[in-house]
Design a binder for this molecule. Structure first.
Ligand SMILES: *Cc1c(COP(=O)(O)O)cnc(C)c1O
Ligand code: SF4
Length: 386
């Protein structure tokens, strides 16, 4: 899809367009400005008319320009323009993963022993309609204060089991760069902290923000792992590729977490194209997530088996480098990886396995050398239940 920049924003100069401040200042965030740019469908109009439509909405000119204005089912449009589907289902919780319950101090989610998640701000340049943390930004834009951030770092300091901090949000690159720099510096000074991970969608929705200065800042705190969120091949553009390239050139590995979304990317061919496209711009597919049962997001959810079908399609046909882990998230229990079933039966002596084409093979299971009293976990598929 060619950019529709000149259709939507004919007046923007190159200097303005490439300046992230201009992009932020010109975010489309009201019904009246959006309806001047797009002919809204009944479902979209109903979202703005709905009683609860006080929910936040925002899209950058850059991200908007990736849409085909004549296609109400455009995959970029579906990710950023509210529809009445958001108000249909009150059955699900706003926080099904119980993140709030696992917060030892405000802003820190500590679920796995060795990793802590930092919610640093609730501001994003684009509010994704499928966001699993909608509850954080639904009402207002309030970044955490420097003293709140310091309290979060203090928690890491007094918890030696934490080896990795994931800086998330909202979007942590919405913090002023000096504040993010300060946070990184404080974290790097914690002796037991090994890995810093940054989770940000800026490369996809506002790639102009990934300036040389941002890359230089992150570079100082090596190793910093950068996880971004591409969902559709149309999001892979010269600009988003350039943003990833600036990070990669600074020694920052870039990985991708996609979410499986009904009507956006729930086709094996689309995910295949996305994964191939990511590898071409140097980004490693990391996770493909089942869409969580979050209130306001249900209309995006597919069957879990759709994800398994997609994984089945990718295996063998697409480079091993392009294979994400398909996973669902549980109510406070963490992520569970899901695979097509490649082991059709097994005994202690052998496994019957099948390959991507459905051909089956018997694979002999090596036994401990005789005489040795070795306790091998012989039946792994049952041992997990112990
Ligand atoms: C996803 C998540 C993590 C990170 O999990 P990885 O498998 O290491 O990517 C850590 N903490 C919380 C609360 C999470 O939701
Ligand atoms: S960028 Fe991330 S946190 Fe922000 S709205 Fe999108 S999915 Fe949610």
């Amino acid at each position: 899809m060619a950019s529709k920049r000149s259709y939507f924003f004919p007046e923007a100069s190159d200097n303005e367009w490439n300046d992230f401040r201009w992009q932020l200042k010109n975010r489309v965030a009201t019904f009246s400005s959006l309806s001047k740019l797009l002919r809204l469908s009944d479902e979209e109009l109903a979202a703005f008319g709905a009683e609860e439509a006080a929910t936040r909405f925002s899209v950058t000119p850059y991200y908007l320009s990736l849409m085909d204005p004549d296609d109400p089912d455009d995959p970029v449009r579906k990710q950023c323009v509210p529809t009445s589907g958001e108000f249909e289902d009150g059955r699900h919780s706003p926080d099904p993963l119980k993140e709030k319950v696992t917060m030892p101090v405000p802003g820190v989610v500590h679920r796995y022993p060795d990793r802590a998640l930092f919610l640093t701000t609730n501001i994003c340049p684009v509010y994704c309609r499928h966001c699993m943390r909608r509850r954080e930004w639904a009402k207002d834009e309030t970044p955490r204060t420097p003293s709140q951030l310091s309290a979060m770092v203090e928690y890491v300091k007094r918890t030696p089991a934490i080896k990795e901090v994931m800086i998330s949000g909202g979007d942590p690159l919405s913090l002023p760069l000096e504040l993010l720099d300060h946070l990184l510096k404080e974290l790097r000074a914690v002796p037991h902290l090994e890995i810093i991970r940054l989770a940000s969608r800026y490369p996809v929705v506002l790639p102009q923000r990934i300036t040389a200065e941002v890359a230089e800042t992150l570079k100082r705190y090596f190793p910093v792992w950068f996880v971004t969120h591409f969902n559709h091949p149309n999001e892979i553009t010269e600009e988003s590729a350039g943003a990833c390239r600036r990070l990669l050139d600074a020694g920052i590995p870039v990985l991708n977490q996609a979410v499986l979304l009904r009507g956006v990317n729930d086709e094996p061919k689309v995910i295949e194209e996305l994964m191939r496209g990511l590898l071409k711009i140097g980004v490693k597919p990391y996770y493909l997530f089942q869409c969580d049962p979050v209130r306001g997001v249900s209309h995006f959810r597919t069957s879990v088996f759709k994800g398994i079908e997609i994984m089945e399609h990718l295996r063998g046909r697409v480079s091993g480098l392009a294979q994400p882990t398909f996973a669902l998230d549980t109510e406070g229990g963490g992520k569970i990886p899901l695979l097509p079933n490649y082991v059709t039966s097994y005994t202690e002596n052998s496994l019957i396995v099948r390959n991507y084409e459905g051909k089956t093979f018997e694979y002999e299971n090596p036994r401990p050398a005789s005489g040795k009293d070795e306790e091998a976990p012989l039946l792994p598929f049952e041992s997990a239940a112990k």
